[in-house]
Ligand binder design. Structure first.
Ligand code: HEC
Ligand code: HEC
Length: 330
């Protein structure tokens, strides 16, 4: 699926551009840096998708450019407002003085969590770290496990590694929805799956803080509310209509999170949580046990289930392609 490749490219470029952004020490590095020298991300984003959302901020740049140019005449522009507007800004300054340390400690906690995420001593015998299965970016290694052992996809006891991107937005954890909170979920994995020692509350807090920082990559085809962007491909736009229409997908994988905070029996061997479909293009194999290798087969299985349950029609091959294009673009 070429759009997946494109999205990865955009994501990678975004990561490449981060050091450049971080190097700029101003308050709004992205905006302040833009007028002087477009970042690598901006140049390539506009080259790749001239009319996409990535290009949208540039429409506002001229205005910012003027503002920045005016401010730039003063040395240390970012701190200037605090000095010149001192009387007005006093209450904000007090608030600001309190806020940063709290933010910093959350960031420090997440940084500690990242270290622990790669620490094999959390497991019995130092056999695996979280990153063994969720890789260092918290996504999935696309394997199916019983404990720490890889099993064949489709094994009824197997559980496919889910992505942790967006995990902070979920309310049901584990395929069977067995863990009520993120903390319980991680504790259960350390103790039961990894056979590691009981984790301290500090360890759990750090891991929770870290995984909460893992977000989905930016999406140029589908908006935050789940509707396709104007310049999304025609297949994606048709697929969206099927998703909320005849396919019935939206009744369970509800917009805008594409999940449901509960479980359902769809004939896969019990009640399982309705998983999110964000990033589904790169989470194969599918379902709790990894029973289908391709996204198209997963979409087909789901429509067939829905059609049987609701006694409605089956999709045409072309409709399956379109619906798969939409789900693959999420
Ligand atoms: C052996 C591979 C493996 C390792 C190691 C592993 N996980 Fe997982 N993780 C999985 C699988 C498989 C599931 C699904 C489990 C289930 O449904 O019972 C999962 C589920 C999760 C979930 C729930 C996500 C959701 O949407 O339901 C979280 C959170 C999580 N893992 C975090 C971690 C953390 C943090 C660590 C390290 C302490 C870790 N995992 C180590 C394979 C692994
Ligand atoms: C009755 C609720 C329901 C409806 C309707 C439904 N799904 Fe699902 N879907 C689920 C559940 C529950 C699972 C997880 C089942 C499992 O793991 O065995 C799932 C899993 C999936 C998966 C696999 C996700 C992954 O990460 O492995 C995809 C893809 C999917 N659904 C797409 C669709 C599409 C497309 C439609 C519309 C044609 C649809 N679903 C309709 C409940 C539903």
């Amino acid at each position: 699926m070429s759009f997946t490749g494109l999205r990865s490219v955009v994501l990678c470029l975004g990561l490449l551009a981060l050091p450049a952004l971080a190097a700029d020490k101003s308050v709004a590095p992205y905006l302040a840096a833009a007028p002087q020298k477009p970042t690598l991300l901006q140049m390539l984003a506009s080259a790749l998708k001239p009319k996409s959302a990535h290009a949208a901020p540039s429409e506002h740049r001229p205005r910012i450019r003027h503002a920045t140019a005016a401010v730039r005449k003063q040395p240390k522009a970012p701190s200037a407002p605090a000095v010149t507007e001192a009387p007005v800004a006093e209450p904000t300054t007090v608030g600001a003085a309190v806020a940063p340390p709290a933010q910093l400690s959350e960031a420090e906690l997440a940084a500690k969590g990242l270290e622990l995420f790669n620490d094999a001593s959390l497991s019995g015998g130092g056999k695996a770290s979280c990153a063994t299965c969720h890789f260092s970016t918290g996504h999935t290694n696309n394997k199916t496990y019983v404990g720490l052992d890889v099993v064949a996809d489709g094994d009824p006891n197997g559980r496919n590694t889910p992505t942790l991107w967006g995990v902070g937005e979920r309310a049901v954890f584990g395929w069977a929805g067995q863990a009520p909170t993120l903390e319980d979920s991680i504790r259960g994995i350390i103790v039961n799956r990894m056979k590691g020692p009981e984790p301290s509350p500090e360890t759990l807090a750090a891991l929770v803080a870290y995984v909460r920082t893992l977000n989905y990559p930016a999406n140029w085809q589908v908006k935050g509310d789940g509707t396709p962007r104007e310049d999304a491909s025609a297949a994606v736009r048709r697929g969206y209509e099927l998703y909320i229409g005849d396919g019935g997908c939206g009744t369970c994988h509800q917009l805008p999170s594409f999940d449901k905070k509960s479980k359902d029996d769809i004939g896969t061997g019990g009640k399982f949580k309705v998983p999110t479909l964000h990033a589904a293009a790169s989470t194969a194999p599918y379902f709790h046990d990894g029973r289908t290798a391709s996204l198209r087969d997963a979409v087909k299985l789901m429509w067939e289930f829905y059609a049987k349950k609701m006694e409605t029609r089956l999709p045409t091959e072309a409709e399956l392609d379109d619906l798969t294009a939409y789900v693959g673009a999420l």
